[in-house]
Ligand binder design. Sequence first.
Ligand code: FES
Length: 150
Amino acid sequence: MPHESMESNSKRSFLKYLMVFVSGLIGVFSSWGIARFVFSGTRQKVDRTIPTELFKSISSGKPYFIPHAEVWIVKGSNLSNSIALDDRCTHLGCRYKWNDSKGIFECPCHGSEFDIQGHVLRGPASRPLKSLFLAETSEQILRISDHPHN
Ligand code: FES
């Protein structure tokens, strides 16, 4: 009997250490995820270039989504009066969508609405959508950036 008891204690100890180890791992990975979100956001580096031909093919007056660049293009009569809008809501970062029948951008998470220029129509978002600059880098490529001369 004492032999079984020692074996049982040893199994319990092993399970206890295993649980502590697994809990520690979960804690480390959770902290890393939270720190990554807080300090650097959740986005990976995005390719913010588009072929000039693609831009030329976009109709003006209706937002056009470019998935790889994670932007909505609102094309004007030329490049200088066209805008690119970052595809994340300024409330908590959800991806918003264009509602063609209403003519507005809508965020599915908490109901914020924005006009075609990215201005807030309805909260909880309090800031307009992030507007980016479009610039020609060559005859075939347009760059989308935070600054007008990048
Ligand atoms: S993240 Fe868009 S309304 Fe909250």
